[in-house]
Write a new protein. Structure first.
Length: 326
């Protein structure tokens, strides 16, 4: 039986990379009748890099509004805040005791964040161990994520193998589920992934004018052809990927449609698609923002169920390691 788990940090507005690499996939998976489907706002992961305490609570609820506006259905899934399910942290502590530091300080995301934020805290190093606990506390076996998270899924499998071999069979292997948009690149530098940095990404809540401006300023490649060629035309290929995924049309359709046309015409077409795709999302987002009590209720109901589910795994692991005798 399929048990699905994934999460996103509430560090700033969600962007098209988060949507196409993760959330679009989550929405498709929730309709496939999995045994369990949990989607999480990773608010404890979010505090491993600089954040503003006074704004953080609102940011967390904003992220919940974005999840619901994108189409996550609380009748089919659990929508939780990581900090509200203390069992994640308890399991992470147990995992810490069997995880060598050398498994963590070689991970690319750790090195990247260290370089970017200069905040060398233990939480940043330990980040993937908490991720493993997030996933395994629900005994999830399918994790829909973007490509950058793959090393963390590998680490989760290393940790569970060590738990199984040290304390007895407890967890089944975990598989990553990658979407066609698993690697959406920055609009300013197609060698870098799209991130929350201004101008590099389009936020789901950007206004039509902001979107127009960002796509206008997006870098293009030399030559004039609108052609998918990741090696020689990485910027246009990235824009074609976004265009195709948002309109559910093939990249080859766009190559034909824009044959002999300019980058400006291509960018205008893409802008219209992004703006009209985000319009219904933004309408629903504002409705949820104006009904924040309803959103909090969805979270609280989900969190109660998640705590019950999580406690079962925690008890099993505590018994296996001997801190609970029965
Ligand atoms: P985060 O918040 O960095 O990203 C959330 C999800 O969005 C995907 N993503 C992208 N996909 C395609 N192109 C991009 N440019 C792009 N940028 C981001 C990420 O791959 C991710 O799927 N550590 C996680 C949150 C987390 C988690 C978990 C995920 C915590 N616990 C357990 C899975 C399972 C993170 O920081 O994601």
């Amino acid at each position: 039986m399929t048990r699905i788990f994934s999460g996103i940090r509430p560090s700033g507005k969600l962007h098209l990379g988060n949507y196409l690499g993760a959330i679009k996939n989550w929405i498709e998976l929730q309709d496939k009748n999995p045994e369990l489907c949990v989607f999480m706002i990773a608010d404890y992961h979010g505090i491993t890099t600089p954040f503003e305490p006074k704004k953080y609570g609102e940011q967390i609820l904003d992220t919940a509004c974005e999840f619901l506006a994108a189409g996550l259905n609380p009748k089919k899934i659990l929508l939780i805040r990581q900090s509200q399910i203390h069992q994640h942290i308890e399991l992470a502590w147990i995992f810490n005791t069997i995880t060598p530091i050398s498994w963590l300080d070689r991970l690319p995301t750790y090195k990247e964040q260290l370089e970017k934020t200069k905040s060398n805290n233990v939480g940043l190093l330990d980040y993937p161990v908490l991720m493993a606990a997030d996933i395994l506390i629900y005994k999830a076996n399918l994790v829909p994520v973007g490509e950058d998270q793959l090393p963390h899924i590998d680490l989760t499998n290393e940790i569970l193998k060590k738990i199984n071999s040290t304390f007895g069979q407890t967890f089944e292997p975990v598989k990553a589920h990658l979407a066609p948009g698993a690697r959406i690149m920055s609009l300013q530098d197609p060698a870098k992934k799209m991130s929350k940095t201004e101008d590099e990404g389009i936020a789901l809540t950007d206004s039509p004018d902001q979107i127009r401006e960002k796509i206008k300023k997006a870098v293009t490649d030399s030559g004039r052809e609108i052609k998918f060629d990741e090696k020689n035309k990485p910027a246009i290929s990235n824009l074609l990927t976004i265009y195709s995924l948002l309109s559910n049309k093939q990249i080859s359709d766009f190559e034909k449609e824009y044959e002999g046309k300019s980058y400006v015409e291509f960018k205008n077409g893409l802008t219209e698609t992004v703006v009209s795709f985000l319009k219904p999302f933004q309408k629903k987002y504002n409705q949820f923002k104006n009904n924040i009590g309803e959103v909090e209720k969805v979270l609280e109901d989900s969190e109660e169920k998640a705590r019950n589910e999580a406690q079962k795994t925690l008890n099993e692991v505590k018994q296996k390691i001997g801190v609970l005798s029965r």
